[in-house]
Design a protein. Structure first.
Length: 108
């Protein structure tokens, strides 16, 4: 399943919505010289924050295309969120069955 990160994100958001999750995504913006970055005060902030009010669950998720790797900043933020008690994960398109399982059942 070789899809772009944008297409993968659309599919994840669609599936999350289907299972009652709400989401927040900080949109990307061109910063300098064609470089794209997410404009937050925290370098490496995850792509999605997912929460499900009625059934519970809160997840911070970094989405990567197949072959993609977490940057050092992304690893640091995910680790710091996890150490604060949050559920964090990195998802890849080839993990679709696992992603659906998590969205159906709640946070890991």
């Amino acid at each position: 399943m070789n899809v772009s990160e944008a297409d993968f994100q659309r599919a994840v958001v669609e599936a999350a919505t289907l299972y009652g999750w709400r989401h927040c995504h900080t949109r990307r913006a061109v910063v300098r010289k064609g470089r794209i970055a997410t404009p937050t005060s925290v370098a490496g902030w995850p792509d999605l924050v997912l929460w499900r009010p009625q059934k519970g669950g809160l997840m911070f998720v970094e989405l990567k295309k197949i072959g993609g790797k977490l940057s050092p900043e992304q690893k640091d933020v995910l680790e710091s969120l996890a150490s604060a008690g949050a559920t964090v994960d990195a998802w890849f398109p080839d993990q679709w069955d696992r992603i659906i399982e998590l969205l159906q059942g709640g946070a890991v």
